[in-house]
Design a protein around this ligand. Structure first.
Ligand SMILES: *Cc1c(COP(=O)(O)O)cnc(C)c1O
Length: 464
């Protein structure tokens, strides 16, 4: 049989899809019992993938079986309720379902002409997101792979706009000889901002670093005098403490002189969608650009990030490197708002998630993450752990009296298979960082996690 015939036969029989579906169902149903982080034995099984490239086309079912047998056990139980590492987020059932369907569509989301439905749903999501975050009417959105990419887009737009105001067209003249921009960031901005600044050619020593306060927010008293060459980097949700900068005051000062303010709100911007938490985001609408993830707090599948920008002209010009708008169609052409040309039609899952949850559901989702964080903080404090941050959102930083003990407890928890969390350092102390970001985390998951911390503490104490 020719290769093409074989593939048509695979399409026709559906065996590969039926099998994939049954493996996926077994995975979902087994999530409670699997190790949250794979055991050493299961990690070792990945050796099955160390093989030479096959000479001939193989059997599709064998390929899928290999992945299921040796790949599935080497996954993180991200869709369960006790993965607290980094800030990852789960995935709503509806978002996985629509992703399956749209995977079959295999759309190229770059243009209206390559995917009318993606272009349409991008427009819908743009309007909905503007409403959810109460952003200015002129705001446009670009749908990218995550907040790292969204930060890059925001900073590119900022650079274009600020230089233009200083009579410098960066698309024509480039960076060499350009007027100097003043970039103002506080010590606790996310690593992705530091990386972006470096990618853009601003070395560490060219940033005006200002201190963060004890909660990890920009220290307002250290904000220098601003002018129209300034880019001020703000944060909604410190990745360690969860703290929010004072957008209201900083944006007022920036707007008075024509400076640009960018808010990295990867997981925290969603606080604006919950009545009980939106005080944290007071003043965000006064900023110039915002970066936010779908795949963290909102629990869409990977990968989903959004750049929102109040200056459509700056965003589009900086990403197209052309003064003119090429018109590909009368409709929205997604590629104007992102660095890529071809791209995943990721607005589909974002649309489905927002449509499914509605305003009330988003509020419930976001505020539950916070309630679980508070529950955990209280439970751990009651059994003698220190909570070193003020858990204003979804992050809880846990410590003990000494760093060595903290590290041993963390290792115990990470090897337990019952939960997983990472470490960080906070004001010179080693801390365990618990990030509550999945819809699937229940009160019982938190109780079980607290009990596990207790067991870890006793076990380590008994061994020393
Ligand atoms: C996760 C995160 C980022 C990076 O986002 P990605 O979606 O991982 O690219 C940036 N800033 C903050 C505050 C984050 O939490």
């Amino acid at each position: 049989m020719s290769l093409q015939k074989k593939m048509f036969a695979e399409l026709e029989s559906k065996e590969i899809f039926e099998l994939a579906r049954s493996y996926a169902y077994a995975y979902m149903d087994g999530i409670e019992d699997m190790d949250v982080f794979p055991s050493k034995k299961n990690l070792d099984k990945m050796k099955a993938f160390d093989e030479p490239i096959p000479e001939k086309s193989t059997n599709a079912v064998d390929v899928l079986n290999q992945l299921n047998n040796f790949g599935s056990p080497a996954t993180i139980a991200q869709i369960g309720g006790r993965y607290f590492g980094f800030v990852n987020g789960g995935a709503l059932p509806v978002s996985i379902g629509v992703k399956w369907l749209s995977d079959v569509w295999d759309q190229n989301g770059g243009l209206f002409l390559t995917s009318p439905i993606n272009a349409k749903l991008e427009s819908v999501c743009q309007n909905w997101l503007k409403e959810i975050f109460s952003l200015p009417e002129e705001t446009v959105a670009g749908f990218v792979s995550g907040t790292s990419m969204a930060n890059l887009c925001g900073l590119l737009a900022a650079r274009f706009h600020l230089l233009k105001n200083l009579n410098w067209d960066i698309n024509e003249e480039g960076l060499n000889g350009a007027p100097k921009l003043r970039i103002i960031a506080h010590a606790q901005v996310h690593a992705s901002i530091k990386k972006t600044l470096s990618i853009l050619g601003y070395g560490k020593n060219n940033i005006e670093w200002i201190p963060s306060d004890s909660k990890g927010r920009l220290s307002l008293e250290h904000l220098p005098e601003l002018d129209n060459s300034c880019l001020v980097l703000l944060q909604a949700g410190n990745v360690n403490s969860g703290a929010f900068d004072n957008f209201d005051k900083v944006c007022d000062r920036a707007n008075a002189v024509g400076a640009w303010t960018h808010i990295d709100g990867a997981f925290g911007l969603w606080a604006a969608a919950a009545n009980s938490l939106k005080h944290l985001t007071k003043g965000i609408e006064k900023a110039s650009s915002w970066a936010v993830d779908g795949h963290k707090t909102l629990n869409t599948p990977y990968d989903s990030g959004i750049i929102l920008c109040k200056h459509p002209d700056a965003l589009i010009s900086s990403l197209q490197a052309t003064g003119e708008y090429l018109i590909f169609s009368e409709q929205r052409d997604p590629l104007f708002y992102t660095p890529e040309l071809s791209k995943r039609a990721r607005a589909i899952e974002l649309w489905a998630t927002i449509k499914y949850l509605g305003r009330e559901g988003i509020d419930t989702l976001v505020s539950s993450l916070h309630l679980r964080a508070k529950q955990l903080a209280k439970g751990l404090e009651e059994i003698g752990f220190q909570i070193v941050n003020d858990p204003v959102f979804s992050q809880v930083l846990v410590a003990t009296d000494n760093d060595e003990e903290t590290k041993q407890i963390l290792a115990f928890l990470q090897n337990s298979g019952e939960c997983w969390l990472g470490s960080s350092s906070w004001q010179g102390k080693t801390v365990m960082r618990v990030s509550i970001c999945s819809w699937a985390t229940t009160e019982e998951d938190i109780n079980r996690t607290v009990r596990l911390f207790g067991t870890a503490k006793r076990t380590i104490a008994a061994n020393t």
